[in-house]
Design a protein around this ligand. Sequence first.
Ligand code: SNW
Length: 278
Amino acid sequence: MLVAAAVATVLALSGCGGSSSASSSTAENPYGLIEPGTVRVASLGDSKPYTFTDGSGNFTGFDVELFKDVAKRAGVDNVVFTGQDFSGLLAAVANGQFDVGVAAIGITDKRKQTVDFSNGYLAGYLTVITTKTSGITDAEGLSGKRLGVVQGTLQEAYAVKNFTSASLVRFPDNNTAVSAVNSGSVDAHFLDYEAAKSYQEQFGLVSAADIPSFDAPAGFAIAKGKTELKEALDKGLAEAMEDGTWKTLYQKWFPGSPMPQQYLPKAEQAAATPTPAK
Ligand code: SNW
């Protein structure tokens, strides 16, 4: 026992202790990952088609595939996703439980007080869904109604500010909120456009309002001060946009949706911009 302890001490002091993360040098762990060579991602299991788990429990979706592609470009092939409640996601990244947060997380000044973000990679709408028989057909129709929001989302903040005559009901996740719509315990749920579309198809629900959220494009959340990781992700993202990978994934996961021009290869953006009249 004593000998083993003495040997361990010598190894630790001489820096030959092997793989403990405390002894990882910048060279072997340039991005400051929790475990060198692996990026641990906090995500959501029920935000289809952004991030969700398939029948075998594997994470997939637009954000998942895009992030894996970007991580690979940064030299990290091993990406491990874990489902979290949205409300705890940014704190879990900030306090070092995860390396990155990936879940259609809109970049806002408020959130930047907690974490840093990569550059943006998605800009879309926030959508109210309801049943065919609720009678709610626009935002005004929410007056006096029970509206679901997931805690900590931009939808919650928007509803608090703008849907002041609705009764907000806070849920931990989308599945629980949509179940409440289906059972009639709330009248509508407010979530991201593509997830709304997916639940509409699954349960025969309808959209009552789309609110633009272009000022808060989604980004990858990173703990503050991880400059090397942020730079590598930004570089990988720019490459994925320029070589058409972003566009391919967008068309795969969001077929028929309006395509934001700013993430397309530069040549295609230029082609899409009308020539100004002289
Ligand atoms: O702000 C939008 C963005 O423009 C894009 O449409 C993707 O979704 C958003 O980032 C908003 N997402 C919500 C949020 O950031 C909800 C995230 C979630 O439910 N996973 O709070």
